[in-house]
Design a protein around this ligand. Structure first.
Ligand SMILES: Cc1ncc(COP(=O)(O)OP(=O)(O)O)c(N)n1
Ligand SMILES: Cc1nc(C(=O)O)sc1CCOP(=O)(O)O
Ligand SMILES: [Mg+2]
Length: 205
């Protein structure tokens, strides 16, 4: 399955409202520590916005609400997998992306036949504290060889300027947070991302 190669990650549906009209076709909603009603409202609003713009929504962490709300794609990290019911996710017809940071995690991820494998952090990230050192571009090359045709998502410290090298190293998709959300003009930055990754020229997914 081919995925769009630009994958912004946001913590509110308002960001989707701002960026989907620019041509974003793959987006993650990554919400931490909100009450259940707010969370359900944000996920439902994001689901509907993505449907309106023919974009793919990936919901981070919240697989149960994703099943309840009829979402089509979830992202789980290794800790999430410890408690997630992957069979229930699959029964619901939901696609699955999985984070990896080392060989063991990659083996575990591949055993689940995921719809993409994410590798990070490629460069140092300021978004969250991580126990992993930066992976660097050689690791991107290695991961792509390991996973073959399955889409490889690169994440962590990636900017528009760094994106071409990451794609050239073998990533199929680039995920980014702070390069957009901390930019003085996030919409203009998204437009730069779309131009750099070639997404503007592509059809709907
Ligand atoms: C595309 C992508 N890659 C990695 C992550 C990180 O997932 P996880 O390790 O579960 O950490 P949290 O994002 O839940 O803090 C991701 N969300 N998306
Ligand atoms: C949420 C997340 N997961 C990572 C991983 O390596 O699994 S790196 C990361 C943060 C990505 O944010 P930014 O683009 O601002 O660096
Ligand atoms: Mg998680």
């Amino acid at each position: 399955m081919k995925l769009p190669n630009f994958y912004p990650i946001f913590d509110q549906s308002e960001w989707l409202h701002r960026t989907l009209p620019l041509g974003v076709k793959l987006v993650q909603l990554r919400i931490k520590e909100r009450d259940a009603a707010t969370l359900a409202g944000e996920i439902a609003a994001s689901r509907d916005l993505c449907a309106d713009h023919r974009a793919l929504l990936v919901v981070n962490d919240h697989w149960q609400i994703s099943i309840e709300l009829g979402c089509s794609f979830v992202h789980l990290g290794q800790e999430d997998l410890d408690s997630a019911d992957v069979a229930a996710i699959r029964r619901a017809g939901i696609r699955l992306g999985v984070s990896t940071h080392d060989e063991n995690e990659l083996e575990r991820a591949l055993s689940l036949d995921p719809d993409y494998v994410a590798l990070g952090p490629i460069f140092p990230t300021i978004l969250k504290k991580m126990k992993w050192q930066e992976q660097g571009l050689p690791r991107v090359r290695e991961w792509k060889k390991r996973i073959g045709k399955r889409p490889l998502v690169a994440i962590g410290g990636i900017s528009v300027e760094r994106a071409p090298d990451v794609l050239a190293a073998g990533a199929d998709v680039i995920a980014a947070v702070t390069d957009i959300t901390l930019n003085a003009d996030p919409e203009a930055r998204v437009a730069q991302w779309l131009a750099t990754t070639g997404e503007t020229a592509k059809a709907d997914v």
